[in-house]
Design a protein around this ligand. Structure first.
Ligand SMILES: [Zn+2]
Length: 469
């Protein structure tokens, strides 16, 4: 019953972009493992899905760790062609296949961007990542040798498993990728910006993954008629996409808003405003700026291709100008989008891939012990310049400055309006100002440092939220 006559080289799965957010149809996707290479579970050389009949509590390392030894459901099995895309969605095996497929898809995207296979930081003592689709717990987490998903009661009295939401799986996979690529500062030296960076980039990894779904990209563009930019409607994409990470990315938060949120020596958070904010709030200005840059790349492509007339390019407009000419803008976008929808989609894909390449460069060059937002954003901008986006540098820098993040002390390129001096390139490759990250691609993660950092990474928002039924 596979769609189309094409014979897939990889393995086919069906994934929900955001089941709880109303994307009711799973999308058929091709993953990198050659058809026929996956074992029942599903399992491959990097991870194995284990689906307990009932797991009452989450792993709590180092006391409670994989492998899971209790009774389990029958594993998801491939069909005769080696694919997993005909498993009925209401079965236990679908939950297992969806969990594996979402994590593998996230790895596929980032292994392609990083240019090498991701080796788990714990691979020397726990070679496989164990994937648990369902724990009796209203949260989700990843840790040494595992990634496990809980479930939430819905407003209508049902149960929403997190393992059906790609964005939750991708966020947790994001943490595991970041630990494996960047490493961990020594125990006792973890900073608020390291923790906030992890949340921000785990969210961005999820957003990039979500935008790889054809249904999401098409939905976002149709609902906005291609106009992702209008400053007065900065949260428009967040309103129409109920995906959690995209909603948070569209917040207007600045570093000044979170300056008083402190990490105490015992790992607790101090918020004098009484709002109980933590690293998730500190992450928002960084995530928001990167998201605005994605929209900037998109808008720039539309203008450069002549899809949108310069007169309808709202970048740099004041709120008053947008309010005055809003109807004109709407009409310009609606007309152009109706005629050139495939080109709008291509522009969004390209913007997504540019941002992903910048994120990958950050992962390849940052060191955990010197990680600050200023360094993260400096490496991000250098990668953008190296990909030919140097003319946009003042605008991109402006996005970070507007959020109260100043990369300039660490920038190895000089930013001048309209041109960039001393661009760090040689033979088509970016010269990185910092030495490549030493933990890149090695299974040399330090167990004690990891546990110290991971203990500080909480997701209490999931426990509080109730998914609409
Ligand atoms: Zn997280």
């Amino acid at each position: 019953m596979r769609a189309g006559p094409r014979q897939a080289a990889g393995t086919m799965f069906r994934l929900y972009p955001a089941y709880a957010d109303g994307f009711a149809e799973p999308e058929r996707v091709e993953l990198s493992p050659p058809a026929g290479s996956l074992r029942p579970g599903p399992a491959d050389g990097a991870m194995a899905t284990v689906n307990p009949l009932r797991k009452d509590r989450p792993y709590d390392p180092p006391g409670y760790m994989p492998p899971y030894r209790g009774p389990v459901h029958h594993p998801a099995l491939p069909d005769a062609g080696g694919h997993f895309d005909t498993i009925p969605v209401e079965s236990e095996q679908f939950l297992a296949a969806h969990t594996y497929g979402s994590v593998r898809r996230t790895l596929d995207i980032w292994e392609a961007e990083l240019g090498h296979r991701i080796v788990w930081w714990h691979a020397d003592f726990l070679p496989l990542l164990e994937l648990i689709p369902m724990v009796q717990w209203a949260n989700a987490h990843s840790g040494p040798g595992f990634l496990e998903m809980g479930r939430q009661p819905t407003a209508s009295g049902g149960i929403a498993p997190f393992c059906l939401d790609y964005d939750v799986l991708a966020h947790e996979t994001g943490h595991a990728i970041l630990f494996s690529q960047i490493g961990t500062p020594e125990a006792g030296t973890v900073t608020r910006e390291f923790l906030a960076f992890h949340e921000s980039f785990a969210d961005l990894i999820a957003i990039i993954g979500i935008l790889h779904f054809r249904a999401v990209a098409a939905h976002v563009l149709r609902e906005t008629e291609g106009d992702l930019y209008r400053p007065s409607d900065a949260s428009r994409i967040g309103i129409i996409s109920r995906t959690e990470q995209i909603r948070m990315a569209t917040s207007a938060a600045t570093m000044a808003d979170v300056a008083d949120v402190e990490l105490a020596p015992d790992g607790s958070w101090i918020d004098p405003s009484g709002q109980h904010r933590n690293q998730h709030a500190i992450a928002e200005p960084l995530t928001g700026a990167v998201f605005d840059i994605l929209v900037e790349f998109y808008q720039d492509a539309l203008v450069r291709q002549g899809l949108i007339a310069p007169a309808a390019d709202a970048r740099g407009w004041t709120r008053q100008e947008v309010a005055r000419d809003g109807a004109l803008l709407d009409r310009a976008f609606a007309d152009a989008f109706a005629r050139f929808e495939p080109l709008f989609r291509a522009a969004l894909d390209r913007a997504r891939d540019l941002v992903a390449a910048c994120i990958a460069h950050v992962m390849l060059t940052l060191k955990p012990e010197t990680l600050t937002f200023a360094r993260v954003t400096a490496r991000f901008l250098e990668a953008a310049a190296a990909q030919g986006e140097a003319p946009l540098m003042p605008a991109l820098l402006g996005q970070f400055l507007r959020r109260g993040i100043d990369p300039r002390p660490h920038l190895e390129i000089a930013v001048r309006p309209g041109r960039v001096r001393r661009l760090s390139r040689a033979r088509g490759r970016l010269i990185v100002p910092e030495a490549p990250n030493r933990v890149r691609g090695c299974a040399c993660g330090d167990w004690r440092s990891f546990l110290a950092a991971r203990r500080l990474m909480i997701h209490p928002h999931r426990e509080q939220a109730v998914v609409p039924g």
